[in-house]
Design a protein around this ligand. Structure first.
Ligand code: SDX
Length: 429
C-alpha cells in the first residue's frame, strides 16, 4: 500500500480507503472495505475504471501506446523472439534459456496429435460450421479425454494441461479448416517449427508436397506474438472468472474462445474484412461509411477502430501494418481492400469525430488484411487470434490460481426491479 488514504463522504460521514500504486505508477483506491464501512458499493458499467486484479504479466499504456510482456516491449519481442519463447516468458515469468526452450518445444511436439477417437468428433459438424464454435467445443472436450490434468491446484496437472493446450490448439484449428474444405486432416509434423507445422496442417494436401514459405512463417510468428496477451481484456477476464470457480483450465480457455468470438472483441478482425468487402462491393465510397459511423442514429461502427484502453495508436496495429506491406509485396498481391483500408484510416485520422473520441486503428484493423493475404479464410481470423492469445490466457489464469489472495469472482449489482408483490391467480391476471 502507498500509505495515502482516499476520503469519501457519504450522508455526512467520511470514510477513509487505502490506496496503492503499481510498478509503472498506476494508482488505485482499494474499495474492498467500502460496503462493510458504508453500505455503499461502487458502480462501473463495463469495468472501464475498475481493476479486477494486480498482475505482473502485461503492462500497457493506452495514452502512450505502450505494450510490454513481462517488461519487454512488443516490437523487440516481435523482432527477436519466437512465439514459443514469448509463450514461455508469459507463463514462466522469464525468457527461457536455450535448454529450457528446447525442452519446452520438445514437450509441446510430443502432444500435437489428437487422440484418434477424438478425430471422429469432427464428423458431427456441418462443413459450414464456424471454426470458432468447433474450436471452443474441441478445447472444452479435452477435459473429457484428459481427466488426469483437471485439478488447477496441482502444479504438475496444470503444467501438462498447459502443454496439451499449446500443442493441440493449432491441430484443432487446422482440422476445423480442413473439415470446412472437405479435405483430409494433415497430421502434425514434428520436424517443423510451431508456426510452420500449423501452416503445413492448414495448407498441405496428400496430393502435393507443401513447402512452408519462410516469410509466411515469420509473419505468423509475429502475428501470434502481438496477440499473445493484453492484460484484463474481455476474453482473458472470461477465462479468469471461469477459472476462479476452480473449474479446469480446458473449461476456462473454452470460455475465453467464446468471449473472443464477439465482433466487438476478437471477432472484429473478421468484421473488418466484411466491412471492407461491403464498402468495396458498394463502389468503395469510404466517406459514406465514415459518415454512417459518425451518425448517432446509425448503429454502424468502423470495425477495427477504437479501443477501451488505447486512446492513441495501438502499437500492434503499427507493427502489423509494416508486415502487411511486406507480405502483400512478397505475394505480389494488389488487394483493393487494403487500398480501402488505407483510405479509411487516412480519412478517419483527420476527422474531428475520431480525433475527439480518440478512435485509432486497433490490432484487428490490419490483422484481417494480412491474414487474407496469407490465404486464411475470413472465418479463420478469430481462430488465429485465439492461437495467439492462448499463452496469455494460460499465464493470467496461472497467476490467479497461484495467488493466495484470489477469490471466486462474484460482482455485486444494484437492483432496479419490482418491489415485493404477491402472485395473482392466473384466472385473475
Ligand atoms: C480487441 O480490451 C482489449 O484489450 C481488446 C483487444 C485485445 O487484444 O484483447 O485489444 C482486442 O478487442 C480490439 C477491439 C476490436 N473491436 C473493434 O474494432 C470493434 C469496433 N470498436 C468499438 O466497438 C469500440 O471502440 C470498442 C468496443 C473497441 C471499445 O468500446 P468502448 O471503450 O466501450 O468505447 P465506447 O463504445 O463507449 O465508444 C466511445 C464513443 C461512443 O460514442 P459516444 O456514445 O461517446 O457518442 O466512441 C464511439 C462510440 O459510439 N465509437 C465508435 C467506434 N468505437 C467507439 N464510433 C464509430 N466507430 C467505432 N469503431
Amino acid at each position: 500500500m502507498s500509505g495515502k488514504k482516499a476520503k469519501i463522504e457519504l450522508e455526512g460521514k467520511t470514510y477513509e480507503l487505502p490506496t496503492f500504486e503499481g510498478s509503472e505508477g498506476e494508482k488505485a483506491v482499494d474499495i474492498s472495505s467500502l460496503r462493510n464501512q458504508s453500505g455503499y458499493i461502487t458502480y462501473d458499467n463495463g469495468y472501464g475504471n475498475t481493476g479486477s486484479t494486480k498482475s505482473s504479466i502485461t503492462f500497457l499504456d493506452g495514452e502512450k501506446g505502450i505494450l510490454r510482456y513481462r517488461g519487454y516491449n512488443i516490437d523487440e519481442l516481435c523482432e527477436k523472439a519466437s512465439f514459443l519463447e514469448v509463450a514461455y516468458l508469459l507463463i514462466n515469468k522469464a525468457l527461457p534459456t536455450k535448454t529450457q526452450l528446447d525442452a519446452f518445444e520438445k514437450n509441446i511436439k510430443e502432444h500435437t496429435m489428437i487422440n484418434e477417437d477424438y478425430k471422429h468428433y469432427f464428423d458431427v459438424w456441418p462443413r459450414s460450421a464456424h471454426p470458432m464454435g468447433i474450436l471452443a467445443s474441441a478445447i472444452s472436450g479435452l477435459a473429457a479425454f484428459y481427466d488426469d490434468c483437471l485439478n488447477p491446484n496441482d502444479q504438475k496437472q496444470a503444467h501438462i494441461a498447459t502443454i496439451r493446450l499449446l500443442a493441440k490448439m493449432p491441430t484443432f484449428a487446422a482440422y476445423a479448416y480442413k473439415k470446412s474444405m472437405g479435405q483430409p486432416f494433415i497430421y502434425p509434423k514434428n520436424k517443423l517449427g510451431y508456426c510452420g507445422n500449423f501452416l503445413n496442417m492448414m495448407y498441405s494436401c496428400p496430393t502435393d508436397e507443401y513447402k512452408v514459405d519462410p516469410d509466411m512463417e515469420r509473419a505468423l510468428n509475429q502475428l501470434l506474438i502481438i496477440h499473445a496477451d493484453h492484460e484484463q481484456n474481455c476474453s482473458t477476464s472470461a477465462v479468469k472468472v471461469i477459472g476462479s470457480s476452480q473449474a479446469n483450465l480446458f473449461a476456462a480457455v473454452a470460455g475465453g474462445i467464446n468471449a473472443l468470438w464477439g465482433p466487438l472483441h476478437g471477432g472484429a478482425n473478421q468484421a473488418v474484412l466484411e466491412m471492407l468487402e461491403e464498402i468495396h462491393v458498394n463502389g468503395g465510397d469510404v466517406t459514406k461509411y465514415v459518415a454512417r459511423a459518425k451518425d448517432k442514429n446509425d448503429s454502424f461502427k468502423l470495425m477495427g477502430f477504437g479501443h477501451r484502453v488505447y486512446k492513441n495508436f495501438d502499437p500492434r496495429a503499427t507493427i502489423i501494418k509494416r508486415s502487411c506491406d511486406i507480405i502483400l509485396n512478397k505475394m505480389g498481391i494488389h488487394d483493393p481492400l487494403l487500398d480501402i483500408a488505407k483510405k479509411l484510416e487516412e480519412i478517419a485520422l483527420k476527422d474531428s469525430y475520431f480525433i475527439e473520441k480518440k478512435l485509432y486503428p486497433n490490432v484487428d484493423f490490419y490483422s484481417g488484411i494480412i491474414y487474407k493475404a496469407m490465404g486464411f479464410p475470413v472465418n479463420m481470423f478469430t481462430v488465429l487470434f485465439s492461437l495467439g492469445r492462448l499463452p496469455g490466457w494460460i499465464a493470467q489464469w496461472k497467476e490467479m490460481i497461484e495467488d493466495p489472495e484470489s477469490k471466486i469472482a462474484r460482482p455485486r449489482q444494484i437492483y432496479t426491479g419490482e418491489k415485493q408483490r404477491n402472485i395473482v391467480p392466473i384466472m385473475e391476471r
